[in-house]
Ligand binder design. Structure first.
Ligand SMILES: *Cc1c(COP(=O)(O)O)cnc(C)c1O
Length: 405
């Protein structure tokens, strides 16, 4: 997945263009910047590459989610349905606009279970936020249907699935808005950065102003801008955008390598009895940043993880069930509402309730799931070695279990 593996001349050249003028800010300074507009250029490249009408760059993927929610009018008292398996940014953004995160089970797509979403809808529900985890998509058809029936917004967190598609459309461009992250470990990186994608001009205009203090960007110069509403500073810098511009030109190369490496690893595991794979609603649209696979039971998964560790090959194999960042089980700070600033009563009640909620269906899936990161820089030898060693560990553990049984 990580674009940083292919950082080189191209990125240096783009950054140097900005350093030559010294105009590190994306707005204003029209004369001294000598025609260098990296953020604007990257936004145009994003709309072209992913086939959407508008793109607003911001300072991070988390800022992109916050900005998108504000622009969609999500705020105090609104409930946003999100999955129990995601990165912490999902609930951070919801809480930051004053809304209430409603966490629900995932299914074997590793993303929102449409049945769990249906069961969680209340009169306060405003938005469904699928997170296209680990390179591949939620069951968007089913979620779109639910949104249409209940008149809800669809906000796609596509931060981990840049380049993935669903029925031919880029992930992130299908809902009312979508987001990518360009942080350092994402498919393409700006070092830090993010973007809101939308086909809705009104949503875009709001994102544009909101992410820059509410400035309407209609004045003859920045000082003359008016403020139709309150905003924050979530701007991206020209230096960051410059890195992203070089990276987006490499995206097709990254995706081709990911698909090739993913197919090789998958083939190595596929003929081991007992191994199954994540369900992918549109197989052709997998961006292949991870190979996501299941062991028959949680016990066996834990033993495989231990064995990978003992053999020094755990790195790059993620057992999210035991991980502090990505799964509800270890989010004590969320479940105890440990916020530095006071939360609203409605938010506090909802978070404290979380500690008592069961996520049995998600536990059953995540307890058995291992995600293997697909690197871009593996040589053929490294890829074959990796596949061979992984398959050997898994086969050994499964065979020992069969003998006992
Ligand atoms: C990385 C990530 C984010 C947040 O991105 P940052 O740029 O690190 O703020 C949001 N959601 C998911 C699923 C992510 O993986």
């Amino acid at each position: 997945m990580p674009g940083f593996e292919f950082f080189g001349e191209e990125e240096r050249k783009e950054v140097n263009d900005v350093l030559e003028t010294g105009i590190l800010m994306r707005y204003g300074f029209d004369g001294p910047r000598k025609g260098i507009w990296k953020a604007k250029e990257l936004e145009a490249a994003i709309t072209n590459t992913f086939g959407c009408k508008h793109a607003q760059l911001v300072s991070s993927g988390t800022a992109a989610l916050t900005t998108a929610m504000a622009a969609l009018g999500i705020g105090a008292g609104d409930e946003v349905i999100m999955p129990a398996f995601t990165f912490v940014a999902s609930f951070e953004a919801i809480l930051s606009v004053g809304a209430i995160p409603v966490l629900v089970d995932i299914d074997d797509t590793l993303t929102l279970s449409p049945a769990a979403v249906r069961a969680a809808i209340t009169p306060k529900t405003k938005c469904i936020m699928p997170v296209h985890m680990c390179g591949s998509m939620a069951d968007l058809g089913a979620l779109q249907q639910i949104c249409a029936e209940h008149n809800l917004l669809l906000l796609e967190d596509a931060c981990q699935s840049i380049g993935g598609t669903y029925k031919g459309q880029a992930l992130g461009t299908i809902g009312d808005a979508g987001t990518f992250s360009f942080d350092f470990v994402k498919t393409i990186t700006c070092a830090e950065g993010g973007v809101v994608l939308t086909n809705n001009h009104d949503v875009y205009t709001k994102c544009d102003a909101y992410s820059d203090h509410g400035h309407d960007h209609l004045g003859v110069d920045r000082g003359a801008d008016l403020h139709p509403f309150l905003g924050y500073n979530f701007r991206i810098s020209e230096l960051h955008a410059a890195v992203g511009l070089a990276q987006i030109r490499k995206l097709d190369t990254f995706l081709a390598i990911q698909r090739k490496n993913h197919a090789y690893l998958k083939a190595a595991l596929a003929n081991i009895p007992g191994i199954t794979f994540r369900r992918i609603p549109d197989e052709a649209g997998d961006s292949c940043t991870f190979l996501n696979w299941f062991l028959p039971t949680e016990d066996i998964a834990r033993e495989v993880v231990e064995d990978l560790k003992a053999n020094g090959i755990l790195a790059g194999n993620f057992y999210w069930f035991n991980n502090n960042w990505h799964y509800i089980r270890k989010w004590q700070h969320l479940k105890s509402a440990a916020s530095l600033n006071a939360l609203s009563d409605a938010q506090k009640v909802a978070l404290e309730q979380l500690a008592h909620n069961e996520f049995a269906e998600s536990d059953r899936i995540m307890g058995r799931c291992i995600s293997t990161l697909i690197n871009l820089s593996w040589s053929e030898d490294q890829l074959q070695d990796k596949a061979h060693k992984l398959a050997a560990v898994v086969t050994r553990v499964l065979e020992s279990k069969l003998e006992i049984a």
